[in-house]
Design a protein around this ligand. Structure first.
Ligand code: ZN
Length: 365
């Protein structure tokens, strides 16, 4: 929780929303396109709600409350997030061990080795742990703010526990729930929230912001992130090139009509969380379909040549089927039984769908 500033493309929405706090709802569903800064929005919103001398509804950045929020110590702010997300954020924000703003989702094991897998769900005890916090007066006499993210991580039990809370909302409390796929939330829970849709930034706004972040070739990163600037910045921080190395390596072989070493590719990609490679794979499948229809590729222009030559030779029906299959797999990617087997099976499907249609009849499946 470093910055309490709204991203440029959210400022207008934020000012209108926070500027009118008469009958402010106690639960908001903040939703929009993934990777466009939904979390950054609710962090900044929390700072604005807790600020003790807001300027036109927005955090002043100077008062005691703003300082506490920035340092992760405001007693009237709680973050309800899966353990896995807390670890991920902790890794980026080092000095936050034992975060008082955390709702009972302490790190799994502090030791580097032999860790159990961190939970990807918001557990019911995290919701229950909020109870004493609700029952006390707020420390600074203002709002109490609970950030729930991602809301899709609520399971049936924790979702119902939260629903109970929202049915009889505690005084002076605002819940800000974040979702990029609100249709996956319990309908009963949705019905308890006011919706706040966030705008998707224009290409120009996204590009300008990435340039401000010091990114040398914002267009490539923005393309790889499907136009979502915060995701683009995250990709740029975690990998050397906008197009993942393994994807380039795979295409160099498949593009020549040869078969790649699926075993070693699966080894490489399964070292990262499945979602981190299946997303690029899905984007590349979309590029394949675009190329098949003679349209310019969208996500990986650097691979356009190879993508186009694969698309030209492959069976169009196989490519359509492949894109659907990869999208389906994306939904279960959070819980593969074996990361390596999951990667292996998916790569096999990709490689087989990309084989030239005439020279590879059905037997190659
Ligand atoms: Zn302030």
């Amino acid at each position: 929780m470093k910055t309490a500033e709204f991203l440029p493309w959210h400022r207008e929405t934020a000012a209108a929303w926070l500027g009118n706090r008469d009958r402010f709802a106690h639960a908001w569903l903040v939703h929009g396109l993934a990777g466009t800064g939904l979390r950054e929005f609710v962090f900044a919103a929390a700072a604005s709600l807790l600020c003790e001398s807001p300027v036109a509804g927005l955090a002043c950045g100077k008062c005691l409350a703003c300082g506490w929020v920035a340092s992760g110590n405001h007693p009237d702010l709680r973050r309800v997030r899966p353990e896995a997300v807390a670890l991920e954020e902790g890794a980026q924000q080092d000095s936050e061990g034992g975060d008082p703003q955390d709702a009972a989702s302490g790190p799994a094991d502090s030791g580097g080795s032999g860790k159990r897998a961190a939970s990807k769900e918001i557990r019911v005890d995290q919701i229950r742990a909020l109870e004493p916090w609700f029952n006390n007066a707020t420390h600074r006499g203002g709002w109490r703010v609970a950030l729930v993210y991602p809301s899709e991580a609520l399971n049936a039990i924790s979702g119902n526990a939260l629903l109970k809370v929202l049915e009889e909302p505690p005084p002076s409390t605002v819940f800000l729930m974040v979702a990029d796929a609100p249709d996956r939330l319990l309908p009963t829970l949705l019905s308890r929230c006011r919706r706040l849709p966030l705008p998707t930034p224009s290409h120009e706004a996204a590009r300008a912001w990435l340039k401000d972040q010091g990114l040398a070739s914002p267009d490539d990163w923005l393309a790889a992130a499907g136009g979502a600037p915060v995701l683009a910045a995250k990709l740029a921080a975690s990998q050397g090139a906008a197009c993942p190395d393994w994807l380039g390596a795979m295409l160099r072989t498949v593009g020549k009509g040869a078969l790649p070493d699926i075993g070693s590719l699966a080894d490489t990609i399964s070292k990262q969380p499945a979602i981190d490679w299946i997303d690029p794979m899905h984007r590349w499948c979309v590029d394949l379909l675009l190329a098949r229809h003679g349209v310019a590729v969208r996500y990986y222009p650097a691979l356009a040549g190879q993508t186009e030559s694969i698309a030209r030779r492959a069976d169009p029906a196989a490519l359509t089927e492949l894109a659907q299959y990869v999208q389906q797999q994306r939904r279960v990617a959070g819980h593969p039984l074996s990361a390596k087997l999951f990667a292996h099976a998916l790569l096999q499907r990709v490689v087989s769908a990309c084989q030239p249609s005439r020279s590879a009849p059905t037997a190659s499946r």
